[in-house]
Ligand binder design. Structure first.
Ligand code: ADP
Ligand code: MG
Length: 230
């Protein structure tokens, strides 16, 4: 994106998504409309299976919707070809997956540096060291994912998402598998990121986590049924 980071708006208009399987089709998103701006930290909750992960993946340009319009300022990522969309994603979007998705044969530091393979606009060495310190992972720098606790894996996944300072972080139940202290570290880090001018959208079941955000959306059967701002 060529515009300054100060004028970021994500808008989704009439997004629909249906999965087709051998046993039939499942309508997951139905005319979803939302807007998110720089500095917003939006939490989304709703029963399991209601479409939270699908929504994050559609908004995060990982899963193309059937219809509707997604815009990052004036750019429609799904109108870009695959390679332009991948480079757009690497510059603008960080993703924290529920099950971490760490690369098993890379150590903590290498996992964190991964997004820099496509884009090395930052000093990877100093930025990754800064994140290791910020997330309390310095003494795990050269551990492999199978040598980490869940909290350490999630903090590594979060550091990886933050590496290139994306405009927006999508986090899918990032505290779901964590104890209270690790959950707090993750939430505080996401809240600080939004305060420092990033944007965050987080799916969560954790009621205590809602207060970390400034907007909350209740989601059910593919629709936003309630939307509250601070
Ligand atoms: P949530 O994150 O709220 O639990 P999901 O977005 O993961 O919900 O899933 C919404 C619905 O879509 C569920 O009923 C799930 O079974 C279905 N679903 C998710 N992914 C697929 C897929 N790849 N193919 C078919 N159905 C899917
Ligand atoms: Mg989910």
């Amino acid at each position: 994106m060529s515009e300054s980071k100060s004028d970021f708006t994500l808008s989704a208009e009439d997004i629909t998504k249906t999965y087709s399987t051998e046993s039939g089709s499942v309508k997951v998103l139905e005319n979803v409309n939302l807007q998110l701006s720089k500095g917003d930290f939006v939490t989304i909750s709703g029963p399991s299976g209601c479409g939270k992960s699908t929504l994050l993946m559609v908004l995060g340009t990982l899963q193309e919707p059937d219809s509707g319009n997604l815009k990052y300022n004036d750019i429609s990522p799904y109108r870009l070809n695959q390679s332009d969309r991948a480079s757009f994603r690497s510059l603008n979007i960080g993703f924290v997956f529920q099950d971490f998705n760490l690369v098993p044969y890379l150590d903590v530091k290498e996992n964190i540096m991964c997004p820099g393979i496509l884009n090395s606009s930052v000093d990877l060495e100093s930025r990754s060291s800064e994140l290791l310190q910020m997330l309390g992972l310095t003494d795990r720098t050269n551990h492999y994912p199978d040598q980490l606790s869940s909290g350490e894996k999630q903090r590594t996944a979060l550091a990886r998402a933050l590496l290139l300072r994306p405009r927006i972080i999508f986090a899918d139940e990032p505290t779901g598998n964590l104890d209270h202290d690790n959950g707090r570290i993750v939430l505080d880090c996401l809240a600080d990121y939004a305060k420092s001018g990033g944007s965050v959208m987080m799916a969560t079941h954790d009621r205590a986590a809602f207060s970390s955000g400034n907007k909350h959306m209740e989601f059910n059967e593919g629709e936003i049924i309630e939307s509250k701002s601070e």
